[in-house]
Design a protein around this ligand. Structure first.
Ligand SMILES: NC(=O)c1ccc[n+]([C@@H]2O[C@H](COP(=O)([O-])OP(=O)(O)OC[C@H]3O[C@@H](n4cnc5c(N)ncnc54)[C@H](O)[C@@H]3O)[C@@H](O)[C@H]2O)c1
Length: 315
């Protein structure tokens, strides 16, 4: 299959990630079919997509007409087999659970057309493992998006042991075509590239919070105004070149033995999660906001992200 042969994309799982990925392909000109095991999730997804397109329009990313055309390219289909029957590419964005993904891939392998590429948006699992029971290893690939996927540019493209060059290249090329920033990951390792880096940062932030070194608000404020401010424009390796490797090396030699290398999340954090404080989903996490306040956080986040996207990547 060539890039120009691709017409239909099916997305399985219409949650936080699935609905945003659907929007990206619809804006890129593809017919998108969205499936979810829960019918209400499909309704919620379409409401979110409409709202996200409104924010895109309000920020000058697309015209109202382009948004309307893109919205019209998305259909929902609660029946899994129906939803993938014409798919050139299927992207799964269901729960992060190897057994669920494995069962889904086995089923997709059995019902999808022979040419269909099967992609996963798993955040940490290895496609060579949960996808090992399908008969189309060459057409399986991991494409790991970042939340919110309709805005954050980078998508990691990770090959499984049997992924063909053609499949990996097609995924890379189609992501470029829909204005994402695909990154080839050369080795299939758990967490890939970005979650390993993100989790190293998050682990230290959680431990600093538990130790009371600063409040959650101040930890976020400090990171946003320094490391985060820089990282949007220059990566960590260029940052260390610009800062001087002698200095970075000396700081690393002093600090590496002192910063967290814990193999489990800190106790207070786990207590928070087990107590049902999951963040925006339940209203309370590190922050305790009303529904309106969470909505305002998202609106502000998206506005700032879109501004950055425009400055850095969007033609
Ligand atoms: N949330 C993130 O920040 C993020 C970032 C990158 C990757 N991911 C990965 O993307 C995937 C989805 O995450 P999410 O945050 O969107 O989850 P989510 O819980 O918001 O959505 C998952 C959706 O999948 C549906 N679903 C579950 N099993 C299904 C099945 N067998 N068939 C059809 N639909 C099914 C659920 O009903 C739900 O609507 C996970 O693998 C996750 O690790 C998440």
């Amino acid at each position: 299959m060539k890039l120009d042969d691709i017409r239909n994309i099916s997305i399985i799982g219409a949650g936080i990630m699935g609905h945003g990925i659907a929007q990206v392909f619809a804006l890129g000109g593809y017919a998108v079919c969205l499936n979810d095991a829960i019918p209400e999730a499909l309704e919620r997804a379409m409401v979110r997509i409409r709202e996200n397109l409104r924010i895109f329009t309000a920020n000058g990313f697309v015209t109202e007409e382009e948004a309307a055309v893109a919205f019209g390219r998305i259909t929902t289909e609660p029946n899994l087999d129906q939803s993938v029957k014409n798919a050139d590419i299927v992207i799964e964005a269901v729960k992060e659970n190897a057994a669920i993904k494995q069962a889904l891939f086995e089923h997709l392998d059995a019902v999808c057309p022979a040419h269909t590429i099967l992609a996963s948006n798993s955040s940490s699992l290895l496609i060579s493992e949960f996808g090992s029971t399908t008969k189309r290893q060459d057409k399986m690939v991991l494409a790991h998006w970042y939340n919110p996927p309709h805005i954050v540019p980078a998508v990691e493209v990770i090959r499984g042991a049997g992924t063909s060059d053609e499949t990996a290249d097609l995924m890379y090329d189609i992501l470029k075509k829909v204005k994402k920033l695909p990154v080839r990951i050369n080795k299939e390792i758990p967490g890939y590239l970005l979650n390993r880096i993100q989790m190293a940062l998050v682990r230290e932030a959680w431990y600093l919070w538990q130790a009371g070194v600063a409040s959650a608000e101040d930890i976020d404020l400090a990171v946003k105004g320094s490391i985060g401010f820089r990282l949007a424009s220059i990566g960590p390796l260029l940052t260390s070149d610009l800062g001087g490797q002698d200095t970075f090396c000396a700081v690393a030699q002093y600090l590496f033995p002192l910063i967290s290398d814990a193999h489990t999340p800190p106790e207070s954090y786990v207590k928070m999660v087990e107590g049902g404080d999951l963040g925006m989903k339940t209203g309370k996490g590190f922050y305790n906001y009303s529904k309106e306040e969470w909505d305002a956080v998202i609106e502000k986040r998206d506005k700032e992200f879109l501004q950055r996207l425009k400055n850095l990547y969007w033609e």
